[in-house]
Write a protein that binds this ligand. Structure first.
Ligand SMILES: NC(=O)c1ccc[n+]([C@@H]2O[C@H](COP(=O)([O-])OP(=O)(O)OC[C@H]3O[C@@H](n4cnc5c(N)ncnc54)[C@H](OP(=O)(O)O)[C@@H]3O)[C@@H](O)[C@H]2O)c1
Length: 244
């Protein structure tokens, strides 16, 4: 299979790429940090990847998206799976009072993904097969006081994916919304870890399995589906008083 991974140097992306490398798949990695990209590329080749191509991209340079995805299509031929993984966890205090910071975070976590999906959709419609998978978050299921800017961006992507899924269904293209819970990765480095936390490797195995099985929405791990049903069930007059 031919797989393009955007935000390929993320901990969850790397763990997913390693699973695909061990299956001898061909990979094209897109990320902004050259040295990490080179290191990952060598690691995946050692692990068995059939071929590995790379392109540099700062995801907020929207006018460079098409070129990066064209390079992926040129390197891989057809694309069986596109996995979008980049993201950033904002400083909530800052994004609450500074719109420029909020806008940057919404661009990184939301608008950039929609730009990529617009380009990828056309390529996948032309091919007539494949899977487009995007890492969103359980944070998009309900707006919460400590992270509602991040949550709003992720929610925007999840809603977009629901509609896109219907549009691409007749073209035999599956759209997967991956919603991890708490993952121990560089993004959450400063946070205290507890029982609900997972490793990037565990989340990656759920992602790959879910894509293999043609799932639409993957809560990773699965218990987050139940947790979010409970979180969403709180009436607003109680929820607005909660600080978690
Ligand atoms: N960790 C969690 O608890 C958690 C929970 C739910 C959802 N998620 C989502 O899971 C995905 C992967 O996150 P992770 O946990 O694996 O964290 P991570 O290792 O910190 O990965 C985030 C990645 O996003 C990339 N990125 C950020 N801004 C970028 C930009 N402007 N241009 C290009 N790349 C950019 C970073 O690139 P660099 O490597 O160059 O810094 C990094 O590789 C994200 O979408 C995140 O929102 C994470």
């Amino acid at each position: 299979m031919n797989i393009v991974i955007i935000g390929a140097t993320s901990a969850i992306a790397k763990a997913s790429a390693r699973i695909y490398a061990e299956r001898n798949e061909s990979l094209f990695l897109i990320a902004r940090n050259e040295s990490r990209l080179v290191e990952l590329c060598s690691d995946l080749k050692v692990r068995g990847a059939k071929s590995v191509g790379t392109a540099m991209l700062d995801i907020n340079k929207f006018n460079e998206h098409e070129k990066a995805l064209d390079s992926a299509a040129e390197f891989l031929g057809s694309i069986d799976i596109a996995l979008i993984c980049h993201g950033s966890l904002p400083n909530q205090q800052q994004v609450e009072i500074n719109f420029k910071s909020a806008q940057k975070e919404i661009n990184t976590n939301g608008v950039s993904v929609i730009s990529l999906l617009t380009i990828l959709s056309e390529k996948f419609i032309t091919q007539g097969h494949g899977t487009i998978a995007v890492i969103t978050s359980v944070a998009g299921d309900r707006g919460r006081q400590p992270n509602y800017v991040y949550g709003a961006a992720k929610s925007m992507v999840s809603t977009y994916l629901q509609g896109l899924r219907g549009r691409l269904f007749p073209h035999k293209v599956n759209i997967v919304d991956i919603r991890p819970g708490l993952v121990d990765s560089p993004m959450t480095a400063g946070m205290k870890k507890g029982a609900l936390w997972s490793s990037p490797e565990k989340v990656a195995s759920k992602i790959v399995k879910g894509i293999d099985n043609g799932k639409h929405t993957i809560y990773a791990p699965a218990y987050w589906r139940l947790i979010m049903i409970i979180v969403c069930a709180f009436p607003e007059f109680i929820f607005k008083r909660l600080k978690f």
